[in-house]
Design a protein around this ligand. Structure first.
Ligand SMILES: NC(=O)C1=CN([C@@H]2O[C@H](COP(=O)(O)OP(=O)(O)OC[C@H]3O[C@@H](n4cnc5c(N)ncnc54)[C@H](OP(=O)(O)O)[C@@H]3O)[C@@H](O)[C@H]2O)C=CC1
Ligand SMILES: CCCCCCCCCCCCCCCC(=O)[C@@H](N)CO
Length: 299
């Protein structure tokens, strides 16, 4: 009986907190005039995210490898300007190869358009196939583009974001980053890794008012998806056909909304009970460090 009452109280408390969550959520990021960097911004979901942010008054840096496609995307995005001050900057780099190159690109972008307010890690690719049919080098390639290609740009913007107490970082995982599916032995792990990175990073940067969000989109109609379909095993195709395909515009709208207005889902609310106690540890350490002037890197 006592247990039942305690249980009911707990559920009621969680629901109450959930309803109050907009009040304890961070202030929405103002996109007008903000500097948004979109990796993978020359195609598919990334390009649509750039358009969505540009429509709301942001300044955009597009990052991808192929310069021609970057310039094409820039032209397309510029059609959606809402004032004559807005800029779309293009920088060509492979985000997964050399950290110092990525760091340089971010430096260049910050010199031209000011500190990065929001980073969208959208550069990525998928190859599907049965485990034994996928080239060993493909496992390395997907891990490097999808995972390290999100680590490097984030690592390059985080210090300034923490110093300014302003920033949003968005990661692109996938539905295949929540469940491992037939044909995705190379792709799924690279997207699971994104989830681990995002959650650990969020715990570090929350006291600095920097917020991290992760998107888990379903199949989305993009050039990347068309490329993936060329090698998709029958089983993967049939599993994929059980759900409908989204348009990149739909997915982009949702991702931008979630990044600007960060609220908590019910599951996150529950996990918050124990994550909250970890956050207290982190806040205490931050206060100690400020008090004694200990360098950020020491224990
Ligand atoms: N479409 C889908 O069904 C889904 C996609 N996703 C994820 O969303 C993200 C975008 O996918 P989508 O829009 O389909 O992809 P696209 O293939 O249409 O676009 C990929 C973009 O990333 C860039 N890119 C790829 N590799 C690199 C690299 N090494 N360095 C810099 N830029 C790179 C590409 O430009 P360039 O080649 O010139 O470098 C391009 O701009 C990916 O992370 C994908 O895994 C998640 C769920 C579903
Ligand atoms: C808890 C919720 C889990 C729901 C799982 C349902 C399974 C849905 C069917 C298959 C979807 C495949 C998605 C891969 C999308 C992707 O990332 C590639 N298309 C990239 O190119």
């Amino acid at each position: 009986m006592l247990l039942l009452i305690a249980g009911t109280c707990l559920v009621a408390f969680v629901l109450l907190l959930y309803m109050l969550s907009p009040l304890i959520s961070p202030k929405p990021l103002a996109l007008p005039g903000a500097h948004v960097v979109v990796t993978g911004g020359s195609s598919g979901i990334g390009k649509c995210i750039a358009i969505e942010c540009y429509k709301q008054g942001a300044f955009i840096t597009l990052v991808a490898r192929n310069e021609e496609r970057l310039l094409q995307a820039k032209k397309e995005i510029e059609k959606h300007s809402i004032n004559d001050k807005q800029v779309v900057l293009c920088i060509s780099v492979d985000v997964s190869q050399d950290y110092s190159q990525v760091e340089n690109v971010i430096k260049q972008a910050q010199e031209k358009l000011g500190p990065v307010d929001m980073l969208i890690n959208c550069a990525g690719m998928s190859v599907s196939g049965k485990f034994e049919d996928v080239e060993v080098s493909t496992f390395e390639k997907l891990m490097s583009i999808n995972y390290l290609g999100s680590v490097y740009p984030s690592r390059a913007v985080i210090t300034t974001m923490k110093e300014r107490r302003v920033g949003r970082i968005v990661f692109l995982s996938s539905q295949a980053g929540q469940v491992g599916l037939f044909g995705y032995t190379a792709y799924s792990p690279s997207k699971f890794a994104i989830k681990g990175l995002a959650e650990a990073l969020q715990m570090e940067v929350k006291p600095y008012n920097v917020y991290v969000t992760v998107a888990y989109p379903p199949d989305t109609d993009t050039p990347g998806f068309a490329e993936e379909n060329k090698t998709k095993p029958l089983e993967t195709r049939l599993i994929s056909e059980t759900t409908s395909i989204c348009t990149p515009e739909q997915v982009a709208k949702q991702i931008v909304k979630d990044a600007i207005v960060v609220t908590m889902g019910l599951f996150r609310m529950i996990s918050l009970f124990y994550l909250g106690s970890f956050d207290n540890i982190i806040r205490r350490c931050m206060i100690e460090r400020t008090k004694y002037g200990t360098a950020d890197k020491t224990a």
